[in-house]
Design a protein around this ligand. Structure first.
Ligand SMILES: [Zn+2]
Length: 326
């Protein structure tokens, strides 16, 4: 607005906003009264701030979740993305229709699953008929009569075991994914599928966590003994490694080039598909021939030696090319 004048500053509006927004802004009419802007305290009918009105307002606010809820949530043995989602659900910062409408996004306010109630996060996760069916069919059961997600979680942590709470968290995640599938792909999920997937994902994730290979402490101990050492100043260092997966029938090579400062300069991973199954069959077939087994082993070693040399040659050429690119 132009100061002291009841008209828009076209140049400023044109500089800041795109054509659509600019036209919308310029169409906004001005009021007939010319009054200076001032502070207005909404909880007081006169617009004046008083401690009494502030105290009343705070009394009427929904109580924040108990700190034990947060502690229980972060200690749940579920994937971090699921905990993060529940935290956002509790803070009501997920993009449900009611939140989008509040932020002036033009979306339909009703729940896309039932098309009956306004879509809030509490409705999506608990009140919606689809969500209710999920809870009633699960071992967790339906916990109703709560005001918000925070209160529901508080009740859940009080009533249910840790295993059931973990499963409940996975079901919440599944219900939210199902809602997103409905909104973005027009796909309707099924209660039985959702519950099966929730249980499977939780079981698989927990099994992987039990594997000592993925244990943070063991990994740290094993790998901590071998440390990467810097090359001399002005030099680059290239670390290479290779792996064979007989199960997948692949051989993969990896190379990392770092500077003397330890900065990552180039990274390359090359997977190859080979017929390891065929090689094994030929090996076993030839090993059955008592006369030819020695010859076969010699040829096998020779071929491996040639393959190794070819591999080293290939890696050398690759590294030269990578350095040239740098
Ligand atoms: Zn609904």
């Amino acid at each position: 607005m132009v100061p002291n004048l009841r008209r828009w500053d076209f140049d400023v509006v044109a500089d800041i906003f795109n054509r659509r927004d600019r036209n919308l802004i310029l169409q906004i009419p001005f009021g007939s009264r010319i009054v200076e802007d001032g502070w207005y305290w909404l909880p007081n009918s006169k617009g004046q701030y008083t401690v009494r009105s502030c105290y009343k307002m705070l009394e009427n606010l929904p109580s924040p979740p108990n700190s034990s809820v947060w502690r229980n949530l972060w200690q749940l043995p579920v994937p971090a993305k699921v905990k993060n989602f529940l935290w956002r659900a509790m803070a009501n910062v997920v993009p449900t229709a009611d939140n989008l409408v509040q932020r002036r996004v033009e979306v339909h306010p009703l729940c896309p699953i039932c098309n009956v109630s306004t879509e809030t996060i509490y409705h999506v996760l608990l009140e919606c008929p689809f969500a209710k069916s999920c809870w009633l069919a699960s071992v967790v059961g339906f916990i109703g009569n709560c005001v918000n997600v925070g209160e529901w979680l508080e009740t859940l942590f009080t009533r249910c075991s840790k295993d059931d709470c973990s499963l409940a968290a996975m079901i919440c995640w599944g219900i939210w994914l199902n809602r997103n599938n409905r909104v973005w792909r027009n796909i309707n999920g099924r209660v039985s599928t959702l519950l099966n997937l929730a249980g499977q994902h939780l079981f698989q994730w927990q099994q992987v966590r039990k594997n000592p290979y993925f244990s943070h402490s063991l990994v740290a101990n094993d790998h901590g003994s071998v440390c990467w050492k810097r090359p001399r100043d002005g030099w680059f260092k290239c670390n290479v490694d290779a792996t064979i997966s007989r199960h997948r029938g692949t051989i993969s090579f990896g190379a990392v080039i770092r500077s003397s400062q330890g900065d990552l300069l180039q990274l390359k991973v090359l997977p190859f598909l080979v017929h390891l199954q065929l090689v094994r069959q030929r090996e076993s077939a030839c090993e059955k021939l008592s006369v030819g087994s020695c010859i076969f082993q010699f040829v096998q070693l020779l071929l491996r030696w040639i393959a190794y040399k070819c591999l080293m040659l290939y890696m050398t050429v690759l590294l030269i090319l990578m350095v040239l690119v740098l």
